[in-house]
Design a protein around this ligand. Structure first.
Ligand SMILES: [Ca+2]
Ligand SMILES: [Ca+2]
Ligand SMILES: [Ca+2]
Length: 328
């Protein structure tokens, strides 16, 4: 049920985006009658707004209107609208991947990949590292104020990941700095290998060391909780971690990055190609995503400077942090 809700939410938010777009794949269908009816048979026209059950070739499962297309007999289970026996549709013990009927048991959180039905840290996944807050001791190792005469420290933090050093801005005259400084995006493997952190008091001439350089190996529980700390006798500083992906790009085996339920998520990539009808973002193949084109949901090509649109289309912003190719 939660899945259904999430899908509806996505549909509406993407619908809003679509309203601002001028994009149409193909022509609109001929659903509006011009009144030319030669048959003399009035038929049984459904009232506008009434839900029309849609089972197509399905023998079981949801009919799209809250009803069912049929029940399966015996120990058969409904798999994609067909009754199948010999599989259980059971996801017990699995948090991701497919069950033995081939139905998905769920997708892993961003930054994680599915291994044998369990979600594990994806070492190739990208994470944003943000220096949030800290606490600095009132006095330095000589038991005196950090600044003369009696001044509070002006702390900044330097971080080295995979050989690249970067330093935060300075938080002037405070024992409780609040930097909220984004150090950028780093591969999980580099965080696991170790982050070198040093904490300094900025001075006019030589800066004072608050915490000399130490190496922190980011652990599984740090990724799970979304933060880690660095501390020494004179200070503790806090970092937040959040997994990121880029819409349209592959992110792990068989997965791609989609805009999904108001965020970015690495989901099992769909098989529908650009221009094909779709129902949810991840129905589309790597490099595409599902949007309302005005006359229905279609897979649009995700584009960027490095991945331009071809032919008679242009790269247009969806308003959700990514762009898609829109027919001119
Ligand atoms: Ca000082
Ligand atoms: Ca100061
Ligand atoms: Ca200072």
């Amino acid at each position: 049920m939660e899945n259904t809700k999430a899908r509806h939410k996505l549909f509406f938010s993407l619908l809003l985006a679509a309203l601002a777009m001028v994009a149409i794949w193909g022509c609109s269908g001929g659903s509006s009658s011009n009144g030319d009816d030669n048959s003399g048979d009035t038929g049984d026209d459904a009232d506008a707004g009434e839900c029309a059950p849609s089972c197509g070739a399905n023998d079981c499962g949801d009919d799209g209107c809250g009803g069912t297309c049929g029940e399966c007999s015996g120990d058969a289970v409904c798999v994609s609208g067909k009754c199948e026996s010999g599989c259980s549709n059971d996801c017990t013990g699995k948090e991701c991947g497919n069950n033995d009927c081939g139905t998905s048991c769920g997708a892993c959180a961003l930054g994680y990949e599915c291994n044998s039905g369990l979600c594990e840290l994806d070492l190739t996944g990208k994470w944003t590292v943000t220096l949030t807050t800290g606490t600095i001791s009132e006095t330095d190792p000589s038991d005196e104020a950090w600044d003369v005469p009696g001044g509070m420290p002006d702390a900044f933090v330097c971080v080295t990941v995979d050989g690249q050093e970067a330093c935060s801005p300075t938080a002037d005259d405070t024992l409780s700095p609040n930097w909220d400084h984004d150090f950028g995006t780093v591969a999980a493997s580099d965080l696991v290998a170790g982050v070198e952190v040093s904490i300094w008091d900025e001075d006019l001439s030589d800066d004072d060391v608050i915490c000399g350089e130490g190496t922190i190996a980011v652990k599984n529980e740090d990724f799970a909780s979304g933060h880690f700390d660095a501390e020494c006798e004179y200070a503790v500083v806090n970092f937040s971690l959040s997994a990121v992906c880029t819409v349209g790009e592959a992110c792990g085996a068989g997965k791609a990055c989609y805009y999904y339920a108001d965020g970015f998520a690495c989901l099992t990539a769909g098989t529908k190609d650009i221009g094909e009808p779709c129902g949810a973002a991840a129905d589309c193949t790597v490099g595409a995503t599902c949007l309302d084109g005005g006359d229905g949901m279609y897979c649009f090509q995700v584009c960027s400077g490095a991945n331009p649109c071809g032919g008679n289309s242009s790269c247009e912003d969806t308003g959700f942090g990514f762009k898609v190719c829109v027919a001119n």
